[in-house]
Write a protein that binds this ligand. Sequence first.
Ligand code: HEM
Length: 524
Amino acid sequence: MSSSFYSPVNHHPSSDDSQSSKLPLQNIPGNYGLPFLGPIKDRLAYFYKQGQDEFFRTRIQKYQSTVFRTNMPPGPFMASNPKVIAVLDAISFPILFDTSKVEKKNVLDGTYMPSTSFTGGYRVCAFLDPSEPDHAILKSFFLSILAARHNKFIPLFRSCMSELFTNIENDISNKGKADFNTLNDSMSFDFVFQLFCNSKPTDTKIRSVSDGAKLFTKWLFFQLAPLITLGLPAVPNFLEDLLLHTFPLPQFLVKSDYKKLYDAFYVSASSILDEAEKIGIKRDEACHNLVFLAGFNAFGGMKAWFPALIKWVGTAGESLHRRLADEIRTVVKSEGGVTLSALNKMSLTKSVVYEALRIEPPVPYQYGKAKQDVVVHSHDAAFQIKKGDMIFGYQPFATKDPKVFKNPEEFVGDRFVGEGEKLLKYVYWSNGRELDDPTVENKQCPAKELVVLLSRVMVTEFFLRYDTFTVEGHAFWHLFMGFNSYFANTYLMFCRAQQRGWDPKVVHFMGFFPYVKIQKPKAQ
Ligand code: HEM
């Protein structure tokens, strides 16, 4: 048994999935407060007074329960009914995956739904419940276009990653710093566009990948503003709350941006649209669905996920970095390259990716409306949820459940190696268990395997590059944490060495990475 493996929920082994244990039925604690004022009070606490984690933590303590009633933002006037039953542990959360018990119609963003004018007037696949016939048609279509492109995944992503590195390096040499998140957005846009289209984004009216990424970001912001807080010191909270969370932002302000994206996909993804028409999907409906898939699901997911992945791996410490670098270099050498078979042999790299998905699931919220009266179990009790009630899960609490994961707040790189693999059924990032597969009957991400694959490639590419950095003896995480800290550290090293009279010199590695070369006097 690996040190990070922890036998979960031994005290209620059967409560895990079967929902059939003999736990006592309890009333669901919590309340919604006064009409109108209660939801606004909860919204202000959630965004400004407490913040999300504290909001949930204090209520778990107050009610001594991981299942309770609360309002969820945005509330008035965006959502007609903000009342939810929150499920915040690893055992109750999976009720949200059971589409025989919960309805997933129009709940992608929670208790409100953005206007369909953002998607050409169509309710696209992600807003459909599997009981709606269009869900199966669209989802099986997506699964098939992904399957048809599987040979492109690794070479295309590696080529986009290589451009990402070049851009980082250029920015360092020109501006003295590089912003990973922005460059990652461009890389993600480039990858997604090329995956589905027969041309590069720059061959279309979208002039550059960074322009394309900005168009999608703006369009996403207009839909997701009710769930976002910008934290700008210059904008008072009440003003931000009024602007972002009270009324929908008008769609016409992004109409032309969306049109540009739609036109680019309409022209460049013609082979996909031809296939869609053959199976009876209208061409424009297929294209609006494709833009949503590319911009919201894929680009939006990668925009949130890759920076988080890099952050967690980067801060995991040098000993893990050494082990990762060892594994990656050894396997890539023996397999003769970064291939699928090589990636499958990297057990630590795989575990590191799962651990990051566990500790910071990129899509933290899931919603579903009870289709019938259902009994939901937490670790300690059972609760009856009435038909029509909205169930809400805050995933980071479910995947950091201390009764399932030992040291849940800690990033344990090898948590899922060996025996630890048994815990993968508690990793829920894809809106399903990591051991389950996306189907037309469920709402699990159809790109589940692709996302895990790309994440492994990203870690692999970083550690293949790290090779050059170890030669110079620099701490790897400076690269990850942004080049500002890299330069700051170089400066500090220089000052320290000068104080000690070691005759330091700043030299440049690969032409632009400054490092401190020290000639220590022999006596020292
Ligand atoms: C890091 C990247 C990604 C993350 C984190 C992610 C996550 C998710 C999650 C959590 C859901 C469920 C949403 C819900 O109903 O609550 C979902 C659904 C979906 N995702 Fe992904 N996804 C990613 C990338 C992609 C990519 C690359 C594609 C397509 C190429 C894709 C296509 C979809 C589609 C179509 C759905 C709706 C499924 C359905 O309606 O049954 N996703 N994704």
